[in-house]
Design a protein around this ligand. Structure first.
Ligand code: ADP
Ligand code: ASP
Ligand code: MG
Length: 411
């Protein structure tokens, strides 16, 4: 069972989570619960670091950020003990989550869960601080924003759990962010393939890595409400999905940035040098556009998007490359957003992209970049028009509650 930040934000909610955990134990299950930091704690810790340092050291950043989830776990353990059960809280390191050394974005390499197993054998409820681990060089690491989902899935895989329940502040995975589209529909199930595309294109309800991990290790995810009972969304293999709609969801991101390199020499190795440097700096590059110069020997232009939080690192990484390659200019744009539609049905239906472009044109929204996969179409647009774009596409593809469009091709 994993509880997100909003679901443990205050004393009452911690007690409510404690009661739900205890109810599962009393139903005869052995329970490992992963908790996130309370409410906006992680954001506040990041702001505290920014107050003392313009470029906080990433190792120290992890020491700082990992404290948020420890607080939640210790408090919840106290609440569970008061309900007459025996709980023990563990840090990620104590729980045996071993990661690589890439601070603030570490990847889980191994889960050595013997301490959890011992505690379960002693009839304890185990609470694990999410979003963190210990690196192969024995430093505390964190797993990137939303990383508690991945802690939960990794533990579920290591413990061979029946299910990994992700308790959050919405009832499951919806056809669009229900905060932007009030009539968005809750999806009873969604395939790993679609959920991966959704998470990658901004639906932060499940962290991308948690979905990858679940698919690779065969973990059953049930994403559901922490504030009420009732089923949420199951993430399942494509062969097990009951519905095959053309389009499953509209997703969005409003926190992207774009970098444009002007005067890039038109020769083999230029792109490799640019994106190699960005990769070494841990920047997650998304949509890339390079236009070939019309005349031979003239310079090319390269644009790409990255998460806004990676912008500083990217600018740093590009500094030496721009000198080496003689790149004329680097422009950055911070107000970049993205809207995407995801659906396994579009694989076999032409015309979906044309309809997306038509809908956005009808709204007077300019598309600045486009990228596609077999089951996703993404458009880079101004971040301020993202909510309008999401609502228009959700309407046009009739994804709202009660109006789900079945595999009948685009209208
Ligand atoms: P938690 O703190 O529980 O981890 P998050 O804030 O990380 O919760 O994720 C839940 C939020 O994800 C919801 O409050 C919702 O606004 C947002 N969200 C974005 N897209 C979707 C979607 N397609 N379905 C459900 N929630 C979504
Ligand atoms: N507390 C971390 C964050 O805010 C991890 C998580 O909530 O999953 O990103
Ligand atoms: Mg989350």
């Amino acid at each position: 069972m994993k509880f997100g930040g909003t679901s443990v934000a205050d004393a009452d909610r911690i007690k409510r989570a404690a009661r739900r955990i205890v109810a599962q134990r009393e139903a005869g299950n052995r329970v490992v619960a992963v908790l996130s930091a309370r409410g906006k704690t992680t954001d506040e810790l990041i702001a505290m670091a920014d107050e003392v340092s313009p470029h906080p050291d990433r190792r120290e950043m992890d020491m700082l950020l990992s404290t948020g989830e420890r607080i939640s776990c210790a408090l919840c353990a106290m609440a569970i003990n008061d309900l007459g059960h025996r709980a023990i809280s563990l840090t990620g390191s104590q729980a045996g989550i071993v990661t690589d050394t890439s601070h603030t974005k570490a990847r889980i390499l191994d889960v050595r869960a013997d301490r959890i197993r011992e505690a379960l054998d002693q009839d304890r409820i185990v609470l694990v601080a999410g979003f963190q681990g210990v690196s192969t060089s024995r430093d505390v690491t964190t797993l990137g924003r939303g990383g508690s989902d991945t802690t939960a899935v990794a533990l579920a895989a290591a413990m061979n759990a029946k299910v990994c329940e992700i308790y959050t502040d919405v009832r499951g995975v919806y056809s669009a962010d229900p905060r932007i589209v009030p009539d968005a529909r809750k999806l009873p199930m969604v395939s790993f393939e679609e959920m991966l595309e959704m998470a990658a294109s901004g639906a932060k309800v499940l962290q991308l890595r948690s979905v990858e991990y679940a698919r690779n290790h065969g973990v059953r995810i049930h994403c559901r409400a922490s504030f009420e009972d009732g089923p949420g969304t199951f993430v399942v293999g494509e062969e097990d999905t009951m519905e095959h709609p053309l389009i499953t969801a509209v997703t969005h991101a409003t926190d992207e940035a774009r970098i444009t390199l002007l005067g890039v020499p038109d020769r083999p190795g230029a792109a490799a040098a640019i994106f190699g440097a960005l990769a070494d700096a841990g920047c997650n590059v998304d949509t890339i556009i390079q236009n070939e110069p019309l005349e031979e020997g003239r310079d090319a232009e390269v644009s790409f998007t990255i998460p806004r939080e990676d912008l500083l690192a990217a600018e740093g990484a590009l500094q030496s490359v721009t000198g080496d390659l003689g790149i004329a200019r680097v422009d950055t744009d911070r107000e970049i957003g993205k809207v995407s539609i995801v659906g396994a049905g579009m694989r076999s239906h032409p015309g979906v992209a044309a309809k997306v472009f038509r809908v956005l044109a009808g709204e007077g929204i300019n598309i600045e970049m486009i990228s596609t996969s077999p089951i996703k179409i993404s458009c880079v647009i101004r971040s301020e028009v993202v909510p309008q774009a999401v609502r228009a596409l959700h309407d046009a593809f009739e994804l709202g509650a009660g109006t789900i469009a079945h595999d009948g091709g685009p209208r």
